[in-house]
Design a protein around this ligand. Structure first.
Ligand SMILES: [Zn+2]
Ligand SMILES: [Zn+2]
Length: 298
């Protein structure tokens, strides 16, 4: 799949091109639909080749031209349900700032929201964690990465590219979002994105960055698995797959010594309700801890 990034006002719009058409990731500010369609035509496609308009979240700089783009392409709009509240009304919504300075900037910008109202909509497709996008010709899955907004999602392509929306920015450097609804969730989401071991991350703002840049950023925030634990993760994942409890997009969270990674017991299967490789943790006394905390237990 080929990725083409265009700047649409404030944020990036990514055109992901496969043999089955184009998926548009984020639709930019209002009045950007023509620009996006022109870029699609420049790639040799017609607007009707767009299979999906996928929004990483509901802010105006990503959803502003979604409705206009839908009119031009007939493609459905996809969004996580938790962000539908953001696209249901025209007013500008900016979460609290990451610090006092960005909070002040956000409050100032919000005063001028009336100048660029959002064209409201109800999404056609609801995105959720783990969802495959193959029905849209897209070898990718959705990863829920809340924090910036409750409904923020990332998109992980099978080729190792991950579109992170505003979960991680790369303006002057790789960083957390400037604004967030839930700081703790945003930190968790950054670690979850790291756990995907992306080959390249495409942010909603700034240039794409690789795993080394991501590692340098998350080192202070996430406990990265040791080399030994990475191989354990790999072997457990393979075992997950072999017992048929999970698909490749899922991992497993299992009770420590009562369960073996090779177990195919119902308890083991039940315990596999949630997990990414980041969530790969040993639950003791119902508390789930990061892998890095539990290296000696594995
Ligand atoms: Zn945003
Ligand atoms: Zn943004």
């Amino acid at each position: 799949m080929n990725v083409h990034t265009i700047f649409t006002g404030i944020a990036n719009t990514h055109l992901v091109e496969s043999e089955r058409g184009i998926v548009v990731i984020d639709a930019g500010m209002p009045r950007q639909a023509r620009r996006i369609v022109n870029a699609i035509r420049a790639l040799g496609h017609s607007p009707q080749d767009v299979r999906l308009i996928l929004l990483t979240h509901g802010h105006i700089d990503h959803a502003g031209s979604a409705v206009a783009l839908k009119r031009l392409t007939d493609a459905p709009i996809a969004l996580h349900r938790a962000d539908a509240r953001l696209t249901a009304t025209r007013d500008l919504k900016i979460p609290p700032g990451r610090n006092a300075r960005t909070d002040g900037v956000g409050r100032t910008i919000a005063k001028f929201g009336w100048a660029v109202p959002l064209e409201t909509f109800t999404p056609d497709v609801w995105l959720e964690d783990g969802q495959s996008l193959r029905d849209f010709g897209f070898a990718a899955r959705v990863v829920h990465t809340p924090g910036h907004t409750a409904g923020s999602i990332s998109v992980a392509l099978e080729d190792g590219a991950v579109f992170v929306g505003d979960a991680i920015l790369n303006l002057l450097h790789v960083s957390f979002p400037l604004f967030w609804e839930d700081a703790a969730a945003a930190r968790e989401s950054a670690c979850r994105i790291r756990s995907l071991q992306p080959r390249v991350c495409y942010s909603g703002h700034g240039r794409a960055f690789d795993l080394n840049a991501l590692d340098a950023f998350v080192a202070d925030h996430c406990r990265l698995p040791s080399r030994r634990n990475r191989s354990t993760i790999k072997s457990i994942r393979q075992n997950c797959l072999s017992i048929g409890a999970l698909d490749s997009s899922r991992c497993i969270s299992f009770g420590s010594k009562t369960l073996s990674p090779r177990s195919s017991s119902p308890l083991y299967r039940r315990s596999s309700l949630r997990c990414s490789s980041y969530d790969l943790s040993i639950s003791k006394n119902t508390s789930s801890r990061r892998l890095g905390d539990t290296s000696s237990s594995i």
